[in-house]
Design a protein around this ligand. Structure first.
Ligand SMILES: NC(=O)C1=CN([C@@H]2O[C@H](COP(=O)(O)OP(=O)(O)OC[C@H]3O[C@@H](n4cnc5c(N)ncnc54)[C@H](OP(=O)(O)O)[C@@H]3O)[C@@H](O)[C@H]2O)[C@@H](O)CC1
Ligand SMILES: [K+]
Length: 505
């Protein structure tokens, strides 16, 4: 499913009307009816519904919703919150249909009267402003939104809550916080941005009859269950361990042996055929206690941290993950440089590896085999030399910039993980929950991703499915046997089995 900007949505709208000859009034009718159908699932006929209608086409949708629900016997009051002369075009046509159906339209005259109407309503449907919002809310909508934000009624937004921008990058706004959003045709970018996402409540896409096959595809896509089903690697009954890949995990130190152990164990649990751990000798006993299935190779150390190169070399591996618990000493940077320059397989860089990668972006750029960077926002901001809030305001744009300038895959981790390919295609993966906001989660994800890369021909599919496997496992564990408070990264590693039983053949 595509994720769109406001501009892309308007292009679709034009394509539907100009290229497919679908009248805008029909799209509006479809939009309103689709939203009304969803409202019926949430609201019963005893509840009092208030539909608030604004100036643009979002308001037009509101006229259709009010008419449809009234036709079905719901208790609905419709209030136009802007002067008559503001209602134009398709919205005006639907206003006429509403009035010609013998339904009553109220006008906002005194704010206090509207506030009273809100107090006497169980449900408020917000069709004041959609994706056409510009700048901060103006009067009187700003006051209506402020009042509604304090109100206890059930709030449902049409397309997007009033005042909330559809795109990334807008941080100065005031918006309505709703319980549900029924968004038109495709999710909007701002649904996946930290600052704006909470305004939408639970959201769902409604289909309005756009000519899907004709529409210009967006470069962003939501990774859905059906994508997982179509691309998740299947196990071949005749395969032997070498077929599923030989992974090298480089990291760990005397005081941080856990992260590389968790990464390697997650890699084996996710289907890697063989795993070798390259770590300092002083960390071997604790790493080996966690994964007897792995083999080990020695890395030079100084006071428990890795420096220099890997004893047995880096040839013969199908994929390498580097960085987890490797420390920030200069020697570790030399190790990363060595891996980037000498290996010819995909290299995934995480954690301390990302800290060192900042100095090695030129080496990263010239590599022929794929490089995958898996930062959390703090690591990504460090790599880009910007502040975290700056990154979080435009995570899609920054990810794209890093991925295309350096020719890398970027997995920007968060509640909505953004996966960007070197060509600039982006995928959003939203599974998981707050139980994953713990030390070790990133290490586990690295191991899963590396295993998936070795088992899938498309790196992008592997990364999306790996994020899904990680997040879905956390979701399942917190439903069945854990809480989001107690869930540990090691629980996720062991929980992978059950998720894989569902998704891999
Ligand atoms: N795309 C599709 O296929 C379909 C889209 N559809 C629907 O259309 C919606 C987009 O419609 P749109 O373009 O008319 O914009 P929309 O948000 O309704 O209103 C803009 C108006 O708001 C005002 N205004 C702006 N900023 C403001 C502010 N800060 N504070 C206060 N007021 C402000 C400004 O009025 P002004 O006062 O400046 O004259 C302007 O005229 C979309 O979200 C979806 O619901 C469906 O009907 C079916 C097909
Ligand atoms: K709205």
């Amino acid at each position: 499913m595509n994720i769109v900007t406001a501009k892309e949505m308007y292009v679709w709208d034009r394509q539907a009307m100009e290229e497919a000859g679908i009248d805008g009034k029909i799209l509006m009718e479809n939009a309103g009816r689709a939203v009304a159908q969803n409202v019926e699932k949430l609201v019963d006929k005893r509840q009092r519904i208030l539909v608030l209608i604004g100036a643009g086409n979002n308001g037009g949708d509101g006229f259709v919703i009010a008419r449809t629900l009234l036709n079905k016997g719901y208790t609905v009051r419709a209030v136009q919150v802007v002067p008559d002369e503001k209602i134009k075009g398709d919205a005006l046509a639907h206003k006429h249909m509403f009035l010609a159906s013998n339904y009553q339209l109220e006008h906002l005259e005194k704010l206090l009267d509207l506030f009273q109407s809100i107090d006497h309503s169980d449900v408020v449907i917000d069709s004041m402003l959609g994706i056409g919002v510009e700048g901060r809310l103006r009067s009187p909508i700003d006051q209506v939104v402020e009042y509604l934000n304090q109100s206890k009624c059930l709030k449902i937004a049409v397309d997007i809550p009033s005042g909330v921008p559809a795109d990334e990058g807008v941080t100065d706004f005031s918006g309505l916080k709703v319980d549900h959003t029924f968004t038109i045709a495709a999710p909007k970018i701002s649904m996946f941005i930290e600052k704006t996402a909470p305004y939408f409540g639970e959201w769902e896409v409604v289909e309005i009859g756009l000519p899907t096959a004709k529409l210009k595809k967006a470069k962003r896509k939501l990774w859905e269950k059906r994508d997982v089903a179509a691309t998740f690697p299947r196990r071949n009954a005749y395969a032997h361990k070498g077929v599923h890949g030989k992974a090298l995990f480089v990291g760990g130190s005397f005081s941080m042996p856990g992260s590389i152990a968790m990464a390697a164990r997650a890699g084996l649990r996710s289907g890697a055929g063989l795993a070798t751990v390259a770590t300092v000798e002083s960390a071997w006993p604790s790493v080996a206690a966690h994964i007897p299935e792995a083999t080990y190779t020695r890395v030079e150390e100084e006071a428990g941290s890795m420096v220099g190169v890997i004893d047995s070399g880096i040839e013969g591996y199908d994929a390498i993950a580097i960085g987890m618990g490797m420390g920030r000493k200069e020697g570790a940077e030399a190790m990363l440089r060595n891996v980037l320059e000498k290996s010819t397989c995909p290299v995934l860089i995480d954690a301390d590896g990302l800290y060192h990668a900042k100095q090695l972006l030129d080496e990263v750029s010239v590599r022929n085999a794929p490089v995958i960077l898996t930062p959390h926002p703090g690591e990504m901001a460090h790599l880009l030399g910007i502040k975290v809030p700056e990154l979080l305001a435009r995570p899609f744009e920054w990810s794209q910039r890093l991925a295309s300038e350096r020719g890398v895959y970027v997995v920007l981790k968060g509640p909505a993980t953004i996966i960007t390919t070197p060509e600039g295609t982006q995928y959003v993966e939203t599974s998981g929950n707050a139980g994953l906001a713990k030390g070790g989660s990133g290490d586990v994800l690295s191991g899963i991703l590396l295993a998936m890369i070795m088992q899938t021909s498309s790196v992008a599919d592997a990364l999306c499915n790996g994020c899904f496997l990680h997040g879905k496992t956390a979701e399942r564990l917190t439903e069945d046997s854990h809480s989001q408070v107690d869930l540990l990264a090691t629980d996720v590693v062991e929980g992978l089995s059950q998720t894989l039983r569902t998704f891999s053949g």
